[in-house]
Design a protein around this ligand. Structure first.
Ligand code: GLV
Ligand code: MG
Length: 326
């Protein structure tokens, strides 16, 4: 282990993160009843310029009046390059004090973006004497943000998670996409011809690099990596495929841009009973091994060692969090 200890962000369930436009009060009411681990109330791209002010008011009312218990609450503020942003932060923190857990910063580009927000939020927290300290979620969704993802991930102790915003990322890098967050048939390789001259088309995952890159930066700073939107909400199988590949790379959750995607995300990012049981058996076997002075043992015909303990502990801890959340 390195002498450098990676502090872990506050542990929260973040399997599903439901995006809800602040401009629609009935969507806000429905979101309060959803099973999402995290809900972000949106002031940014799902809200048209003329609706920004009413959306802010709706969000303040919803935070104060609806029952959000059991959920982590976030708002997605407008970009730092707009004049809406300061009012998003000032009005919501002052008029719904103590109601938010997180603020989501879109299109984060450099560590100074985070620094600026940290300063503003710190001043408001001091002035309003609210004890609860707000955490930050950053969307990595521009070429600049991805280039600076390491400095962004270490930019403030308020940071809790990094999110891959695939739609804006595609726009920023000028990638060619068909479905938001889905695959593109053009991103493929052809196998060599077999004896009959036939070749197979193997689709690749065009988002592999940015997600894996973000996961490394997030984990190296103790943050949760979260996969962003999948646009085709009438395609649950497509959603599941993208969610499972993000989970395989280390992501802890995925956005739901439609309520129907919440259960899918919760399912894809929860360990199965069999996985938890196996993890518990690994911990038991390693406890025995340590007692016998061994560093590695065989379980079910496979080698397990100290590294297996860490993975198993993560799995068992996640299962306990899910159980505690009901
Ligand atoms: C999310 O904000 C995205 O751009 O995908
Ligand atoms: Mg975006």
């Amino acid at each position: 282990m390195s002498f450098h200890i990676v502090e872990q962000a506050q542990a929260r369930l973040n399997r599903s993160e439901l995006a809800v436009p602040g401009s629609n009060p009935s969507f806000l009411e429905k979101a309060a009843q959803s099973k999402a681990d995290v809900v972000f109330l949106d002031l940014e791209d799902a809200v048209a310029p003329d609706d920004k002010e009413p959306a802010r008011k709706n969000i303040i009312q919803a935070l104060n009046d609806l029952d959000w218990s059991g959920k982590t609450m976030s708002i997605r503020i407008n970009g730092l390059d707009t004049h809406y942003m300061y009012r998003d932060v000032v009005d919501i923190l002052e008029q719904a004090p103590g109601k938010l857990d997180l603020i989501m910063i879109p299109k984060a580009g450099t560590a100074s973006d985070v620094y600026a927000l940290d300063m503003l939020v710190t001043q408001i927290e001091d002035a309003t004497k609210v004890e609860k300290r707000i955490g930050f979620e950053l969307i990595i969704e521009t070429a600049l943000g991805m280039m600076n993802v390491d400095e962004l991930a270490g930019a403030s102790p308020r940071l809790e998670s990094l999110h891959f915003g695939v739609a804006d990322y595609a726009a920023s890098t000028k990638a060619k996409t068909t479905v938001i967050g889905g695959p593109n048939a053009d991103y493929h390789v052809l196998t060599d011809p077999d004896d009959a001259g036939n070749r197979e088309v193997h689709w690749g995952d065009m988002w592999h690099y940015p997600i894996a890159r973000m996961v490394v930066a997030a984990r190296a700073h103790g943050l949760r990596p979260i996969d962003g939107p999948f646009g085709d909400f009438s395609d649950p199988d497509g959603f599941r495929a993208q969610a499972l590949r993000a989970a395989t790379l280390g992501c802890e959750g995925k956005w739901a841009i439609h309520p129907s995607q919440v259960d899918l995300a919760n399912e894809c990012f929860s360990p199965t009973d069999a996985e938890v049981e196996k993890a518990q058996r690994i911990l038991d076997a390693m406890e025995e091994a340590v007692k016998e002075g061994k560093g590695a043992v065989a379980l079910d015909g496979r080698l397990i060692d100290i590294a297996s303990i860490k993975q198993a502990e993560v799995m068992v801890k996640k299962a306990e969090q899910i159980k505690a959340a009901g």
